[in-house]
Design a protein around this ligand. Sequence first.
Ligand code: ATP
Ligand code: MG
Length: 335
Amino acid sequence: MTKDIKIALTGDRPTGRLHLGHFVGSIENRLKLQEEADQSFYMVADIQGLTDNAENPDKVRENVLEVALDNLACGIDPKKTTMFIQSEVPEIAELTVLFLNLVTLARLKRNPTVKDEMKQKGFGEDVPAGFLAYPISQAADILFCHGNLIPVGEDQLPVIEQANEIVLKFNSLYGETFQKIKPVISETPRLIGTDGNSKMGKSLNNGIFLSDTKEEISKKVMNMYTDPRHIHVEDPGKVEGNVVFTYLDIFDKKKDEVAELKKQYEKGGLGDVIIKKRLIEVLEYVIAPIRKKREEFAKDPKAVMKILEEGTKEARKIAEVTMSEVRKAIKINYF
Ligand code: ATP
Ligand code: MG
């Protein structure tokens, strides 16, 4: 274990294209850490994607390229960040098996993230064991390279907490091997969905994607929920819980103008169409450069897969070193 080295690691499940929630919740911090950390890793979490998509491998397979493209388009630079595919680093699976012994079933069932996502996906006792255990696999994703700085959205905090329990348990049973993991949370730890749902999610059908065209953005914004009692322009409207204003607060740089609009809206006399049109322009300003860069990278998918292949080789080398430390610590190093 090397102390005080900053190792950033992050990842996405290849279950769909990435959206604005990823951008403000995690990607902006990935870009910052790419410059500030000593080492940075980006993982396409295909095995985790399969935990609730076992019957749909095509979906996971197709989205590997999509999430890689989204990250490259946002500015993840393969020269600075090792980009790799989870399933191609079998040491992560090996580490997961060893960690499984350090966590109880009761603890997994109590994990608030797992509980929320099970409800969302309609799982009861029929939950796939792999899905229930994904926090354990996520601890292995992080620890295979001694990752300690993890840019995540708020929804993932209980998973990081559980990973830290694994660190403590491992170190107390087998000797100091892993360091404490620090989640890196952004100013917008959880972006709400276009439908007002508490989280924009790629599996929730409430996202504005980083690859959306201006027409798609417009359609989604025009359908956004504002205030059901704000029927006529002259009616006073509510700003709190109004999705359009929530997004303006996050994405509109002109804070004083937004504050003025809010006042007008609350007083009455400001129509939804005006604030929606403003939001469309604001979001287009954020997304247009990403979309353009994405289109460039998308012209050569083989080159993107090559980046992942090279990164995976690099990740495996590191994983092998960690596994030999782990095997020694657990006394399963025989030959
Ligand atoms: P799925 O619905 O398939 O789980 P997802 O949209 O939750 O997809 P993930 O790949 O699970 O996306 O998450 C990748 C990262 O992005 C995680 O760190 C997660 O916390 C963060 N993230 C996802 N959605 C949001 C959001 N709405 N706000 C802030 N961060 C988010
Ligand atoms: Mg998720």
